[in-house]
Design a protein around this ligand. Structure first.
Ligand code: DGJ
Length: 515
């Protein structure tokens, strides 16, 4: 039997281990409803994913389908999707759509929905919110039981370890109200804070006395983390796969009401870590223009896992940047099936939410190329990260990026304007072109590998004393199924002004010294 996937910690580097070997998830998350019909998966999902060539896909598992009647479990969809993934030679991360999905409870089975003993949260206005209250013990127990059965089923049937990780719930938190105001919540909110919270923050009193303006957020984080913590722990005891949670990360600075209160954002990770220790990682759903800032924020807390990000013309640039800049465990654009096989025009989904719509032509192919490169270069990237020899860049609004090394300067101008420095302004990009992104690895003292999209990377020596440094050679590298192979020798115009266009590409450049 194959070993159970796990997270390996070496110093600050966390690595997902699958079949006892390091594994970087380069894939995508399926649309919410794709996994509810195995025929749909065959016709509309796998053909597109084959073109992408990812190694793992994030696929929902629905409580309402798995336990349609209390205590009667149906694993047809779970087993079906696992069998399909196995046939395709890829792994899965299952997303447990249980009590909470995007702050609501639409994936609970009908027997939960129609029984008001499983009571809902209440808003400030006294109106019910369609979301089970985390203070409803019976509901948490019911989810705990169902999640445990799922993990038990995986343990007993998935000997191949096709499923390598599980996300517990989806984007928990309360939207549109500072906290849950139902009776059970109110009772707790006006009491003294629990001993563990007092100890954690070195404070006391009621929630408002202890936490002032943060009272509602901390209260929700406490309530939700206790609930999800119990669900996660029960499942993990049965089958110890790595567990994680996703959360809305709209951007920084976060404004009140922009994100669901109490969800596992970095500002309340301390609470989540204390009350939900079975959750290994927290990752951002990153649709924000503040992409780098949000990554920094989450990467400071744990290895970077991006379960969702926008699928658009820039996704490939972000993939190159993310894997090079952080200890990344997973990069997964949302709605990947739509990215690879555009949703038909008359599909309502495509028209109602821009995150759901298809991406511009070519974006999927570009991502496929970036994934191929990352698969080939990942070991080298990890090695370079350990030795501090890697420089990653991603364009947000800036026209260029610069890295000052002791003896070299790396000057990255983004877009097509940087092509020669005289053809246009750095930062200029033609309409619809992807943003600049990529990385540089210092392979040897005087040899650099450059990989990117929409950029012109100039590695220039910093002259010292009488020494002069010139380009020895510049070479194009091509990514094939057999790894990297040498392409053109880049000399003449291509040596002096070799911009990297809209498709990911790799060059290697070496220098020589003269006195
Ligand atoms: C974030 C959620 O986590 C996903 O399941 C999906 O609903 C996307 N939003 C759609 O934008």
């Amino acid at each position: 039997m194959k070993p159970i996937p796990y997270l390996k910690q070496e110093g600050k580097q966390t690595t997902l281990m699958v079949d006892n070997a390091p594994f970087l998830i380069l894939g995508g998350e399926l649309h919410n409803s794709s996994g509810s019909d195995l025929n749909y998966m065959e016709e509309h999902v796998w053909p597109g994913l084959r073109k992408l060539g990812g190694n793992c896909y994030l696929t929902p598992v629905y409580w309402e389908c798995m336990e349609p009647e209390r205590g009667k479990y149906d694993f047809t969809l779970v087993d079906g999707v696992i069998a399909q993934a196995r046939r395709e030679g890829v792994r899965l991360v299952l997303l447990w759509f249980g009590l909470w999905k995007n702050g609501g409870s639409s994936y609970t089975p009908a027997w939960v929905k129609t029984n008001s003993d499983y009571f809902y949260m209440c808003g400030m206005d006294g109106r019910m919110v369609e979301s089970v209250s985390p203070f409803c013990e019976d509901a948490v127990k019911a989810d705990q039981e169902a999640f445990s059965r799922l993990m038990e089923h995986l343990r007993d049937t998935d000997e191949e370890r096709t499923v390598i990780m599980v996300q517990v719930e989806n984007e928990t938190g309360i939207w549109g109200h500072p906290r849950d105001y139902c009776k059970a919540a109110d009772r707790l909110f006006y009491q003294e804070i629990p001993g563990e919270m007092a100890e954690l923050y070195g404070t006391c009193g009621t929630w408002e006395e202890a936490f002032g303006l943060n009272a509602c957020d901390y209260f929700m984080a406490w309530g939700l983390s206790r609930a999800v913590g119990r669900i996660a722990e029960a499942g993990k005891k049965i089958y110890g796969l790595p567990l994680f949670m996703n959360c809305v990360a709209i951007g920084l600075p976060l404004r009140a009401g922009q994100v669901p209160g109490g969800g596992p954002l970095p500002r309340v990770h301390k609470i989540w870590r204390r009350f939900a220790p079975a959750i290994d990682l927290y990752g951002p759903d990153l649709y924000s223009p503040f992409y780098k800032e949000a990554c920094d924020d989450f990467a400071a807390a744990n290895a970077l896992i991006i379960p969702e990000t926008a699928q658009d013309k820039d996704t490939a640039s972000k993939a190159l940047y993310t894997v090079a800049a952080y200890h990344t465990v997973c990069f997964s654009p949302f709605g990947i099936d739509g990215m690879m096989m555009p949703i038909s025009e008359n599909d309502l989904l495509a028209q109602t939410n821009s995150d759901l719509g298809g991406s511009p032509a070519g974006a999927g192919e570009r991502l496929a190329k970036a994934y191929r490169i990352l698969h080939v270069l990942w070991e080298e990237i990890r090695e370079a990260q350990k030795n501090g020899r890697i420089y990653a860049f991603l364009q947000q609004n800036e026209p260029r990026a610069e890295f000052l090394l002791k003896d070299y300067v790396i000057d990255v101008s983004f877009g097509d304007g940087g092509i020669s420095g005289h053809l246009g302004q750095p930062g200029h990009r033609k309409e619809g072109a992807p943003i600049g992104g990529g990385f540089i690895i210092r392979k040897e003292e005087d040899r650099f590998l450059v990989c990117g999209i929409s950029c012109n990377v100039q590695v220039k020596p910093r002259y010292a004393g009488r020494e002069h440094v010139f380009i020895l050679d510049k070479r194009e590298l091509l990514c094939t199924t057999n790894g990297l192979v040498l392409g053109r020798i880049l000399n003449g115009d291509e040596r002096n002004y070799m911009a990297i266009g809209e498709e990911p590409s790799i060059q290697e450049i070496a220098f020589y010294h003269r006195f």
